[in-house]
Ligand binder design. Structure first.
Ligand SMILES: [Zn+2]
Length: 343
């Protein structure tokens, strides 16, 4: 089955992909219209006139309007997925659903995003990212916030619950990793998984360092959480996985295995760099990718810290604090396969 055939099969099952433009490097975001009762939109696109215009056109092409929508499901907390939700809810009166753990974050979006940015800034400084880069990134992030939204969640979802949308029964499965709120929706009857950014065909979903949804300041190990979420998804007998960006996936187990192999290779590379000499997260990122664009600094640090977490958990690397900065050094012991070692 090609990705196009997969979309065709999903459409026959009443699940239609809408591709909404975003101003971000990732390009268009895939939203999904479930033509059933209630008429349901999974993710909305960012809060921009262009996105709203395209959403209206694509709904119209299927004989619907914004006002017809009855339920909006948000797959996770990122602005390219939820930005239009306030406008849609105001115009349609639609219910807004998301995993219950994410409700406080979403309902206080602006404040929480600011707190998250502060936390991210101190984390970046601690990992050796230069101050000017950190400040530049903070202002980029603030300027992006207008594409977000602060929805009122009228339908909190429990992990494991069955969401009935007419004759579509979707099992709600919380799959933290890419973000703490990532949730996938499993249509067991049709073997279709709506996965959003949990699994993307052409890019490895970045396990972004993000504060926990309860607002506490303990850092979660995003890649560790993501790997355990991917293991669960790998077990699903899915035939079609509908992603938040790019093409539909028809071989999710093979794709997940490829991701695991990639994490292992990268962890090995990072371990070799740390064995040469103690390094900060930023120094490791530079050794791997050179001088990346300012906007990529946090993404690459998230990648590095995620992989170092695997090595630290396996006992192969330890954190040493050097004034205000954290460096990593080799322990010359520990499990030989950090990724598979923790089962
Ligand atoms: Zn995302």
């Amino acid at each position: 089955m090609t990705p196009e055939e997969a979309l065709g099969r999903a459409a026959e099952a009443g699940i239609h992909q809408l591709r909404i433009p975003t101003p971000f490097a990732v390009g268009r975001v895939n939203c999904y219209l479930i033509e059933d009762e209630p008429l349901t939109l999974v993710d909305t696109g960012p809060n921009s006139g262009k996105a709203l215009d395209e959403l209206e056109h694509q709904l119209d092409a299927r004989g619907h309007s914004i006002e017809d929508l009855e339920l909006v499901i948000l797959t996770h907390q990122h602005i390219d997925h939820l930005g239009l939700v306030e406008i849609i809810a105001a115009r349609s009166g639609a219910d807004v659903a998301t995993i219950e753990a994410a409700v406080p974050f979403m309902e206080s979006f602006g404040d929480r995003a600011e707190e998250d940015d502060q936390e991210a800034a101190s984390l970046m400084l601690r990992h050796g990212i230069p101050e000017d880069v950190v400040f530049a990134l903070q202002s980029v992030s603030r300027s992006f916030r207008g594409w977000g939204a602060k929805p009122k969640i009228t339908r909190p979802l429990r992990d494991g619950e069955q969401l009935e949308i007419g004759d579509h029964r979707l099992e709600v499965q919380h799959r933290p990793g890419h973000s703490p709120s990532d949730t996938v929706f499993w249509d067991a009857d049709r073997r279709i998984l709506i996965a959003a950014d949990h699994l993307i065909s052409h890019i490895s979903s970045n396990p972004l360092i993000t504060r926990p949804l309860d607002g506490s300041s303990d850092r979660t190990q995003a890649l560790v959480a993501y790997i355990s979420s991917l293991r669960k998804t790998r077990e699903l007998p899915a035939e079609i996985v509908l992603s938040g960006h790019g093409e539909a996936i028809t071989d999710h187990a093979a794709l997940i295995d490829k991701r695991f192999a990639g994490y292992e290779r990268r962890a090995e590379k990072i371990e070799a760099l740390i064995a040469e000499q103690p390094r900060t997260g930023y120094e490791i990122a530079q050794a791997l990718w050179g001088n990346v664009a300012v906007t990529q600094a946090f993404l690459t640090l998230s990648e590095v810290v995620g992989h170092v977490d695997l090595l630290v958990n396996a006992g192969r690397v330890r954190e040493v604090s050097d004034g205000d900065v954290t460096r990593y050094e080799a322990t010359d012991e520990g499990a030989s396969n950090p990724l598979l070692g923790e089962g």
